[in-house]
Ligand binder design. Structure first.
Ligand SMILES: [Zn+2]
Length: 580
């Protein structure tokens, strides 16, 4: 197996700062010498993940997720270790050779069959649009100000009559059941028919840019649903996909901002006018999974949903889901109930950019949203309104933003700023669950000795050598594996430090988590040879004790006298060993 060498990976790591890398994915807060973030690997509501610039590692107090910069990118983006290395290598301008990359780009090919079918269909539809049959549809697209370039960029195609796609695919050897499963064809008991007829076809992609469905739009004025979407399938799940994710990823990182809209047409329209850091939720309510994906693109999120009442409701919902993972989005509300697609056609790009540059804060959005429900002649209404806004004010960290917001609320309601301030001061603090370390189950002295020995092996080569010469094995299987890896690392590299050792462990996540858990113990930096000898003695005692118990059990169960005697002799031997 071709592998990227440890030395190359280490070279890449030395040029990176884990704080910078993680801050591209998560908002970070500095506390003392470390940084903290809402952990993306468990359902976290308080910053439980700490990032150490000194050690270049991250650890979550609650779920135990931990590792180096490669592990973070690998686990966050759900890619292989090799892919993460490749990605970060590009970032620091290190070229990996071809052999290095061989396994870095492997793809789950269980679903390959389905992807291949969609590739075929996609090309088929695109050809239709380019053919004589596509003349009218192309005219329609041009009339909607969608250029040939955009048609190409978004792989727009056309479905025709006569069940041509089903015929074409079955002639290529595709299984009818697969076509039905994917929502490309239907089967009525007698024959297979196309699901899409005479529609402009917009492919929908998964996160890697692979086509996994379609949305078909009518264009010649028939009385049917304007849009028809592929049904959900094994590869197409709306709740876990964002339209245009694979293209927006680079634009979002360049512009350090991601715009979230509702429909794929909004994405295409904004792309027509050069705004390309845009993804769409495809009409479903935003899910936790969506929110996690959005956060991967940028922590600066702008929500631009449809201008109607439903869009407003969807915005409120999206704010809640995003705030849960530590993101405070900005909000655009388009006038005249327009969606972004209609808006850009009607009001032009500049008007949209004005909105974008003046996007509202969550506070302003909520002020507006709450205001509509308030009767300003009713003092009790005003009181409850001010109280609910005090909650929002309490979360504003920037003192200037805070002051301006208080002034605004004061002006809106006629309530004095000092009164509002006193309300804010009395908002019960959201005391997060205190960041407690996971409950230490009480460990036996034998377990502890093994962990402490590993702790010092991770710091001192002399301890590694003592281990090598004096310890037969560790009874804890995970720790035993770690000890072997340490020996292997030391054998090859002739030194030890925790961070480099985690790089050596690559994607062995369970080992890395355990190594960093033990590493986080607060043991004295200084240790003596006698102390290590004590650990080794305790470990040996533990093994002996375990052996003795095993033999005693065997003795009590043994009925054959001769065999029993052998076991008793064995036990006596062990006892003698113990006394030494
Ligand atoms: Zn966690």
């Amino acid at each position: 197996m071709d592998k990227i060498s440890y030395d190359v990976i280490l070279q890449i790591q030395k040029r990176l700062n884990i704080v910078d890398v993680i801050s591209e994915y998560l908002p970070l807060e500095r506390k003392g010498k470390n940084y903290f973030a809402i952990c993306p690997f468990h359902d976290d509501h308080n910053p439980s993940m700490s990032i150490s610039p000194e050690k270049q590692i991250y650890t979550c107090f609650v779920c135990g997720a931990s590792g180096n910069v490669f592990n973070f990118v690998m686990n966050y983006e759900k890619i292989s270790f090799g892919q993460a290395v490749k990605k970060l290598a590009e970032k620091v301008g290190i070229k990996l050779n071809i052999a290095d990359l061989k396994n870095a780009t492997k793809r789950d090919d269980k679903l390959k069959k389905y992807y291949d079918i969609y590739d075929l269909v996609n090309k088929y539809y695109q050809n239709n649009l380019k053919s004589v049959y596509g003349k009218k549809a192309t005219e329609y697209l041009h009339q909607r100000q969608i250029s040939d370039e955009i048609i190409k960029e978004f792989d727009i195609g056309l479905s025709l009559n006569d069940n041509e796609v089903s015929k074409f695919l079955t002639s290529k050897g595709c299984d009818v059941n697969d076509l039905v499963e994917l929502g490309i064809s239907g089967f009525n008991g007698n024959f297979t028919y196309d699901v899409f007829h005479n529609r402009i076809m917009f492919p929908l992609y998964d996160l890697d840019g692979q086509v996994v469905g379609f949305s078909g739009r009518i264009y010649n004025g028939e009385k049917e649903n304007k849009y028809l979407n592929s049904k959900e399938s094994v590869v197409f799940k709306k709740g876990s996909l964002l339209y245009n994710y694979h293209r927006a990823i680079n634009y979002a990182r360049e512009s350090k901002q991601i715009i979230v809209v509702e429909g794929f047409m909004d994405v295409i329209r904004l792309s027509c006018v050069g705004i390309k850091n845009v993804v769409a939720t495809m009409g479903t309510a935003i899910t936790k999974e969506h929110a996690d994906l959005i956060r991967r693109l940028s922590k600066n999120v702008v929500l631009c949903f449809d201008g109607d009442a439903a869009g407003k409701k969807a915005t409120t919902n999206a704010i809640n889901v995003l705030e849960d993972i530590g993101i405070k989005p900005k909000i655009i509300r388009l006038e005249e109930n327009l969606d972004p697609d209609e808006y850009v056609i009607k009001k032009k790009k500049e008007a949209f950019l004005t909105h974008l540059n003046n996007a509202m804060s969550v506070f302003d959005f909520k002020i507006d949203a709450e205001k509509e429900r308030i009767d300003f002649n009713n003092y009790e209404d005003i009181s409850s309104y001010v109280k609910s806004m005090a909650q929002e004010l309490n979360e504003i960290k920037d003192p200037i933003v805070y002051e301006l917001s208080v002034k605004k609320l004061s002006k809106e309601t006629g309530v004095d700023a000092s009164t509002i301030n006193s309300f804010v001061a009395n908002v019960p603090k959201k005391i997060g669950k205190i960041m407690d370390k996971p409950k230490q189950t009480s460990k036996s002295k034998y377990e502890k000795a093994q962990e402490y020995l590993i702790y010092y092996m991770l710091r001192n080569v002399d301890v590694i050598i003592m281990y090598q010469n004096n310890v037969a094995y560790l009874s804890n299987k995970l720790l035993s594996k770690i000890a072997l890896e340490i020996l292997d690392f030391y054998d090859q590299k002739h030194y030890i430090n925790v961070t480099d050792f985690t790089i050596f462990l690559e994607d062995k996540t369970d080992l890395i988590n355990e190594v960093l858990r033990i590493d986080s113990y607060d043991l004295p930096a200084k240790m003596t040879v006698n102390q290590i000898k004590d650990y080794i003695k305790t470990i040996d005692d533990g093994i002996l004790k375990h052996e003795k118990e095993k033999i005693k059990r065997q003795i009590s169960e043994e009925t054959n006298v001769a065999k029993k005697i052998i076991l008793l002799e064995k036990l006596a031997g062990l006892k003698k060993k113990e006394c030494k």
